[in-house]
Design a protein around this ligand. Structure first.
Ligand code: PLP
Length: 283
Protein backbone atom coordinates (compact mmCIF):
# COMPACT_ATOMS: atom_id res chain seq x y z
CA UNK A 1 0.00 0.00 0.00
CA UNK A 2 0.90 3.62 -0.46
CA UNK A 3 0.39 5.60 2.74
CA UNK A 4 0.46 9.31 3.49
CA UNK A 5 2.77 10.75 6.15
CA UNK A 6 3.18 14.50 6.74
CA UNK A 7 2.95 15.55 3.11
CA UNK A 8 4.74 12.55 1.57
CA UNK A 9 3.44 9.50 -0.29
CA UNK A 10 5.42 6.46 0.85
CA UNK A 11 5.23 2.70 0.63
CA UNK A 12 3.90 1.27 3.91
CA UNK A 13 7.37 -0.14 4.80
CA UNK A 14 9.04 3.23 4.38
CA UNK A 15 6.66 5.27 6.53
CA UNK A 16 8.10 5.80 10.02
CA UNK A 17 6.83 7.76 13.03
CA UNK A 18 9.07 8.87 15.91
CA UNK A 19 9.15 6.81 19.14
CA UNK A 20 8.68 10.19 20.86
CA UNK A 21 5.40 10.85 19.10
CA UNK A 22 2.75 11.88 21.65
CA UNK A 23 0.23 9.70 19.86
CA UNK A 24 2.40 6.70 20.75
CA UNK A 25 3.35 7.78 24.30
CA UNK A 26 0.13 9.46 25.49
CA UNK A 27 -2.62 8.52 22.99
CA UNK A 28 -2.53 12.27 22.25
CA UNK A 29 -4.10 11.83 18.83
CA UNK A 30 -7.43 11.80 17.07
CA UNK A 31 -8.65 9.82 14.09
CA UNK A 32 -11.38 9.39 11.50
CA UNK A 33 -12.54 6.49 9.37
CA UNK A 34 -14.38 7.19 6.13
CA UNK A 35 -15.89 4.42 4.02
CA UNK A 36 -15.45 4.18 0.25
CA UNK A 37 -18.15 2.39 -1.75
CA UNK A 38 -17.84 1.91 -5.50
CA UNK A 39 -15.13 4.59 -5.50
CA UNK A 40 -17.30 7.12 -3.62
CA UNK A 41 -16.48 8.69 -0.27
CA UNK A 42 -19.31 8.15 2.20
CA UNK A 43 -20.33 11.14 4.38
CA UNK A 44 -16.98 12.88 3.85
CA UNK A 45 -18.30 16.29 4.97
CA UNK A 46 -19.52 14.88 8.29
CA UNK A 47 -16.20 13.18 9.01
CA UNK A 48 -14.25 16.32 8.08
CA UNK A 49 -16.44 18.43 10.39
CA UNK A 50 -16.01 16.01 13.31
CA UNK A 51 -12.25 15.88 12.69
CA UNK A 52 -12.17 19.65 13.11
CA UNK A 53 -14.17 19.42 16.36
CA UNK A 54 -11.82 16.74 17.75
CA UNK A 55 -8.74 18.82 16.85
CA UNK A 56 -10.25 21.96 18.39
CA UNK A 57 -11.18 20.07 21.57
CA UNK A 58 -7.54 19.02 22.06
CA UNK A 59 -6.00 22.24 20.74
CA UNK A 60 -4.14 20.47 17.93
CA UNK A 61 -3.77 22.72 14.87
CA UNK A 62 -5.37 21.38 11.67
CA UNK A 63 -2.49 20.31 9.38
CA UNK A 64 -4.56 20.84 6.20
CA UNK A 65 -7.71 22.66 5.09
CA UNK A 66 -10.96 20.78 4.46
CA UNK A 67 -10.43 21.14 0.69
CA UNK A 68 -6.93 19.69 0.96
CA UNK A 69 -8.33 16.90 3.12
CA UNK A 70 -10.84 16.02 0.42
CA UNK A 71 -8.08 16.00 -2.20
CA UNK A 72 -5.95 13.73 0.01
CA UNK A 73 -8.85 11.30 0.40
CA UNK A 74 -9.36 11.15 -3.35
CA UNK A 75 -5.63 10.86 -3.96
CA UNK A 76 -5.02 8.03 -1.49
CA UNK A 77 -7.99 6.09 -2.92
CA UNK A 78 -6.61 6.61 -6.43
CA UNK A 79 -3.03 5.64 -5.52
CA UNK A 80 -4.27 2.42 -3.91
CA UNK A 81 -6.94 1.68 -6.54
CA UNK A 82 -9.42 1.57 -3.65
CA UNK A 83 -12.98 0.97 -4.84
CA UNK A 84 -14.49 -0.49 -1.67
CA UNK A 85 -13.07 -0.18 1.80
CA UNK A 86 -12.05 2.55 4.16
CA UNK A 87 -9.67 5.44 4.59
CA UNK A 88 -8.14 5.82 8.05
CA UNK A 89 -6.54 9.07 9.14
CA UNK A 90 -4.82 9.97 12.37
CA UNK A 91 -3.41 13.25 13.60
CA UNK A 92 -1.28 13.38 16.74
CA UNK A 93 0.00 16.46 18.53
CA UNK A 94 3.51 15.61 17.34
CA UNK A 95 6.83 14.45 18.80
CA UNK A 96 8.87 15.91 21.66
CA UNK A 97 11.05 14.52 24.47
CA UNK A 98 8.68 12.68 26.83
CA UNK A 99 6.90 15.11 29.14
CA UNK A 100 3.28 15.40 30.29
CA UNK A 101 3.54 19.12 29.52
CA UNK A 102 3.73 19.98 25.87
CA UNK A 103 4.98 23.21 24.32
CA UNK A 104 3.08 25.33 21.84
CA UNK A 105 3.98 24.88 18.21
CA UNK A 106 4.59 21.12 17.99
CA UNK A 107 4.30 19.88 14.44
CA UNK A 108 1.35 17.43 14.21
CA UNK A 109 1.96 13.95 12.81
CA UNK A 110 -0.57 13.24 10.09
CA UNK A 111 -0.97 9.69 8.80
CA UNK A 112 -3.44 8.21 6.32
CA UNK A 113 -3.82 4.67 4.99
CA UNK A 114 -6.44 2.60 3.20
CA UNK A 115 -7.94 -0.82 3.89
CA UNK A 116 -9.67 -2.64 1.06
CA UNK A 117 -12.83 -4.35 2.33
CA UNK A 118 -16.12 -5.50 0.83
CA UNK A 119 -18.10 -2.96 2.85
CA UNK A 120 -21.06 -3.21 0.45
CA UNK A 121 -21.39 -6.94 0.93
CA UNK A 122 -21.36 -7.69 4.66
CA UNK A 123 -22.61 -11.21 5.46
CA UNK A 124 -23.45 -10.12 9.00
CA UNK A 125 -26.23 -7.86 7.69
CA UNK A 126 -28.20 -11.06 7.04
CA UNK A 127 -27.46 -12.84 10.32
CA UNK A 128 -27.20 -9.86 12.64
CA UNK A 129 -24.83 -9.78 15.61
CA UNK A 130 -24.98 -10.52 19.34
CA UNK A 131 -23.90 -8.08 22.03
CA UNK A 132 -23.01 -8.37 25.71
CA UNK A 133 -23.60 -5.50 28.11
CA UNK A 134 -20.46 -4.35 29.89
CA UNK A 135 -19.66 -1.57 32.37
CA UNK A 136 -18.63 1.72 30.77
CA UNK A 137 -14.97 2.30 31.59
CA UNK A 138 -13.76 4.77 28.98
CA UNK A 139 -12.78 8.34 29.78
CA UNK A 140 -15.50 10.96 30.13
CA UNK A 141 -14.98 12.79 26.81
CA UNK A 142 -16.20 10.18 24.36
CA UNK A 143 -17.43 12.84 21.94
CA UNK A 144 -13.77 13.40 20.98
CA UNK A 145 -12.61 10.69 18.57
CA UNK A 146 -9.25 9.96 20.24
CA UNK A 147 -7.08 6.88 19.71
CA UNK A 148 -7.51 5.87 23.39
CA UNK A 149 -9.19 2.64 22.34
CA UNK A 150 -7.62 0.22 24.85
CA UNK A 151 -10.68 -0.16 27.09
CA UNK A 152 -12.96 -0.71 24.08
CA UNK A 153 -10.55 -3.20 22.57
CA UNK A 154 -10.19 -5.23 25.79
CA UNK A 155 -13.96 -5.18 26.37
CA UNK A 156 -14.56 -6.48 22.85
CA UNK A 157 -11.95 -9.23 23.34
CA UNK A 158 -13.68 -10.28 26.57
CA UNK A 159 -17.07 -10.32 24.83
CA UNK A 160 -15.59 -12.42 22.01
CA UNK A 161 -14.19 -14.90 24.57
CA UNK A 162 -17.72 -15.23 25.94
CA UNK A 163 -19.07 -15.87 22.43
CA UNK A 164 -20.51 -12.41 21.67
CA UNK A 165 -19.79 -10.23 18.63
CA UNK A 166 -19.58 -6.90 20.44
CA UNK A 167 -20.15 -5.10 23.72
CA UNK A 168 -22.79 -2.63 24.73
CA UNK A 169 -21.43 -0.19 27.30
CA UNK A 170 -23.76 0.71 30.17
CA UNK A 171 -23.26 3.68 32.50
CA UNK A 172 -25.56 4.62 35.42
CA UNK A 173 -27.99 2.00 34.10
CA UNK A 174 -28.23 3.50 30.61
CA UNK A 175 -26.71 2.25 27.37
CA UNK A 176 -24.04 4.57 25.99
CA UNK A 177 -22.95 2.79 22.76
CA UNK A 178 -21.15 -0.27 21.38
CA UNK A 179 -17.32 -0.59 21.25
CA UNK A 180 -17.09 1.27 17.92
CA UNK A 181 -20.66 2.03 16.88
CA UNK A 182 -23.79 3.82 18.07
CA UNK A 183 -26.72 1.74 19.33
CA UNK A 184 -30.37 2.22 18.37
CA UNK A 185 -33.74 0.52 18.82
CA UNK A 186 -37.09 0.40 17.06
CA UNK A 187 -39.79 0.28 19.74
CA UNK A 188 -42.81 -2.04 19.46
CA UNK A 189 -44.72 1.11 18.32
CA UNK A 190 -42.24 1.63 15.48
CA UNK A 191 -40.34 4.64 16.84
CA UNK A 192 -36.59 4.88 16.26
CA UNK A 193 -34.89 5.66 19.57
CA UNK A 194 -31.25 6.59 19.90
CA UNK A 195 -29.33 8.13 22.76
CA UNK A 196 -29.18 11.93 22.75
CA UNK A 197 -25.80 13.55 22.07
CA UNK A 198 -23.54 14.40 25.02
CA UNK A 199 -19.99 13.67 26.16
CA UNK A 200 -21.15 10.11 26.98
CA UNK A 201 -20.88 8.89 23.40
CA UNK A 202 -19.25 9.54 20.08
CA UNK A 203 -21.40 11.71 17.83
CA UNK A 204 -21.50 9.13 15.06
CA UNK A 205 -21.68 10.48 11.54
CA UNK A 206 -23.68 7.44 10.42
CA UNK A 207 -26.00 7.92 13.41
CA UNK A 208 -26.81 11.46 12.22
CA UNK A 209 -27.29 10.37 8.62
CA UNK A 210 -29.59 7.51 9.60
CA UNK A 211 -31.67 9.81 11.82
CA UNK A 212 -32.10 12.23 8.89
CA UNK A 213 -32.99 9.48 6.43
CA UNK A 214 -35.41 7.86 8.90
CA UNK A 215 -37.25 11.13 9.51
CA UNK A 216 -37.39 11.84 5.77
CA UNK A 217 -38.87 8.38 5.27
CA UNK A 218 -41.63 9.28 7.75
CA UNK A 219 -40.35 7.31 10.73
CA UNK A 220 -40.85 8.82 14.18
CA UNK A 221 -37.48 9.32 15.90
CA UNK A 222 -36.63 10.18 19.50
CA UNK A 223 -33.26 11.02 21.01
CA UNK A 224 -33.10 9.90 24.65
CA UNK A 225 -31.21 7.54 26.92
CA UNK A 226 -32.63 4.05 27.52
CA UNK A 227 -31.80 1.00 29.61
CA UNK A 228 -30.87 -2.52 28.42
CA UNK A 229 -34.26 -3.89 29.63
CA UNK A 230 -36.09 -1.52 27.27
CA UNK A 231 -33.79 -2.51 24.38
CA UNK A 232 -34.45 -6.20 25.10
CA UNK A 233 -38.16 -5.55 24.63
CA UNK A 234 -37.66 -3.61 21.36
CA UNK A 235 -38.98 -4.80 18.00
CA UNK A 236 -35.51 -4.32 16.47
CA UNK A 237 -32.11 -3.13 17.59
CA UNK A 238 -29.11 -2.18 15.50
CA UNK A 239 -25.77 -0.37 15.57
CA UNK A 240 -24.40 2.16 13.10
CA UNK A 241 -20.84 3.01 12.08
CA UNK A 242 -18.90 4.25 9.07
CA UNK A 243 -17.90 0.74 7.99
CA UNK A 244 -20.87 -1.43 9.08
CA UNK A 245 -23.53 1.16 8.11
CA UNK A 246 -26.66 -0.36 9.75
CA UNK A 247 -25.87 -3.65 11.48
CA UNK A 248 -28.78 -5.54 13.08
CA UNK A 249 -28.32 -6.66 16.71
CA UNK A 250 -30.39 -9.82 17.21
CA UNK A 251 -29.52 -10.64 20.80
CA UNK A 252 -28.48 -8.79 23.96
CA UNK A 253 -26.92 -10.85 26.79
CA UNK A 254 -28.42 -13.95 25.20
CA UNK A 255 -31.93 -12.45 25.14
CA UNK A 256 -33.40 -12.67 21.62
CA UNK A 257 -34.64 -9.44 20.02
CA UNK A 258 -37.90 -9.84 18.07
CA UNK A 259 -37.78 -13.16 16.24
CA UNK A 260 -33.97 -13.28 16.33
CA UNK A 261 -33.48 -12.20 12.73
CA UNK A 262 -32.73 -8.74 11.31
CA UNK A 263 -35.92 -6.67 11.20
CA UNK A 264 -37.53 -4.89 8.25
CA UNK A 265 -36.94 -1.34 9.52
CA UNK A 266 -33.19 -1.94 9.99
CA UNK A 267 -33.01 -3.42 6.49
CA UNK A 268 -34.93 -0.49 5.02
CA UNK A 269 -32.63 2.03 6.69
CA UNK A 270 -29.56 0.14 5.44
CA UNK A 271 -30.93 0.11 1.88
CA UNK A 272 -31.88 3.80 2.03
CA UNK A 273 -28.43 4.72 3.33
CA UNK A 274 -26.49 2.80 0.67
CA UNK A 275 -28.76 4.04 -2.12
CA UNK A 276 -28.43 7.65 -0.97
CA UNK A 277 -24.65 7.52 -0.51
CA UNK A 278 -24.08 5.81 -3.86
CA UNK A 279 -26.09 8.60 -5.46
CA UNK A 280 -24.50 11.47 -3.48
CA UNK A 281 -20.99 10.42 -2.40
CA UNK A 282 -17.90 12.39 -3.43
CA UNK A 283 -15.92 10.56 -6.08
N1 PLP B 1 -19.06 5.12 18.62
C1 PLP B 1 -17.75 4.81 18.71
C2 PLP B 1 -17.14 4.62 20.06
C3 PLP B 1 -16.99 4.65 17.54
O1 PLP B 1 -15.69 4.34 17.63
C4 PLP B 1 -17.61 4.83 16.28
C5 PLP B 1 -16.88 4.67 15.02
O2 PLP B 1 -15.77 4.22 14.95
C6 PLP B 1 -18.97 5.14 16.25
C7 PLP B 1 -19.67 5.30 17.43
C8 PLP B 1 -19.69 5.35 14.95
O3 PLP B 1 -19.34 6.59 14.41
P1 PLP B 1 -19.35 6.83 12.82
O4 PLP B 1 -20.74 6.54 12.37
O5 PLP B 1 -18.98 8.24 12.67
O6 PLP B 1 -18.36 5.85 12.25
Amino acid sequence: RTVYLNGAWLSEDEAKVSVFDRGFLFADAIYEVTAVISGKLVDFAGHAARLRRSLDALGIPAPVSENQLLSLHKEIARRNALLDGLIYLQISRGAQDRDFLFPEGLHPTFVMFTQAKQVLDNPRWKSGISVQTSPEGRWANRQIKTVQLLYSSLAKVNAARDGFDDVLFVEDGFITEASSANFHMITPEGTLVTRDLSNALLHGITRGSILDLARKAGLRAEERAFIPEEAKGAAETFITSATSFVMPVVSIDGHTIGDGTPGPVSRRLLDLYIEDRLANGES
